[in-house]
Design a protein around this ligand. Structure first.
Ligand code: GTP
Ligand code: MG
Length: 242
């Protein structure tokens, strides 16, 4: 079997229930542990939809998704949530404390582990400044922290779960360029054995990725490294220069 955490899409097609045309067509790729797979493409291309198939928010209409070589459809919800952490495009915090939000996928985590996750996510500073720190209250939806703070807390939550597969949906866009760079440098070590899939808007976030998939109207129109795509893909060149 492929290593745990490996995500394989085999000729996956997906259409939303009731919609006429599929949103994703014949998607095939493998995201391997120890590698970063980036997905880039214009708004509406299907990037979020593609990521959402991995934790089974929806099931593929055709084709198959395998995790560590096992069909996703045969894995239980619990196995999926223990092995895959997803930072959604609109990161969500629920009412409770910072600690309870961070322990969402990691009930057993010690305070020390939570602080470590916060440090990596560049969120330790503002948490340390809050009254009550880890026990400070978060209101429903996380409206009492800023968008960028919410994004970093959701990244810390994903890290605390120590999954084999990370899904980041445009997770670095609300961050200023300097925090973005620091965070991504800090992520290298803790995610080095995991399969990392990143949806990005900024090309600067993904130039180092092991493979980049260029998605256009639900199809992978090009794939390769940043250097390869600069040579081979007009769509990619347009994204880079836009
Ligand atoms: P950005 O996040 O804006 O960059 O776009 P994206 O690439 O993530 O696209 P996304 O996967 O969100 O959407 C792909 C297509 O599916 C678009 O045409 C959306 O309008 C459509 N879509 C997204 N969510 C839903 C849904 O819940 N129901 C239906 N019927 N269509 C949806
Ligand atoms: Mg999206």
């Amino acid at each position: 079997l492929p290593a745990p955490g490996t995500v394989e899409f085999k000729n996956v097609t997906f259409g939303y229930p009731g919609a006429e045309a599929p949103v994703l067509s014949d998607i095939s790729f493998t995201a391997k542990p120890g590698q970063t797979t980036a997905i880039i493409g214009s708004t509406g291309a299907g990037k979020t939809t593609l990521l959402n198939l991995i934790p089974r928010l929806y099931d593929a209409t055709e084709g198959e998704i395998l995790i560590g070589g096992l069909p996703l459809r045969e894995l239980g919800r619990e196995t999926i949530s223990q092995n895959i952490s997803s930072v959604p495009q609109r990161p969500y915090l629920f009412s409770g404390t910072i600690a309870s939000n961070l322990r969402f996928g990691a009930q057993e985590a010690e305070e020390e582990d939570l602080w470590e996750a916060l440090r990596i996510a560049q969120a330790d500073g503002f948490v340390a400044e809050r009254e009550g720190q880890l026990e400070s209250k978060i209101s429903q939806g996380g409206t009492n922290v800023s968008g960028g703070q919410r994004q970093r807390l959701c990244i810390a939550r994903a890290l605390a779960a120590k999954p084999k597969t990370y899904l980041f949906d445009d997770s670095f866009s609300a961050l200023d360029v300097s925090t973005d760079a620091k965070l991504r440098a800090a992520l290298v070590e803790p995610t080095k054995d995991a399969a990392v899939i990143i949806v990005a808007q900024r090309v600067s976030t993904i130039t180092e990725a092991d493979q980049i998939l260029v998605l256009d109207h639900g199809e992978i129109v090009a794939r390769g490294t940043h250097e390869e795509l600069l040579e081979s893909s007009e769509t990619y060149q347009e994204i880079v220069t836009s």
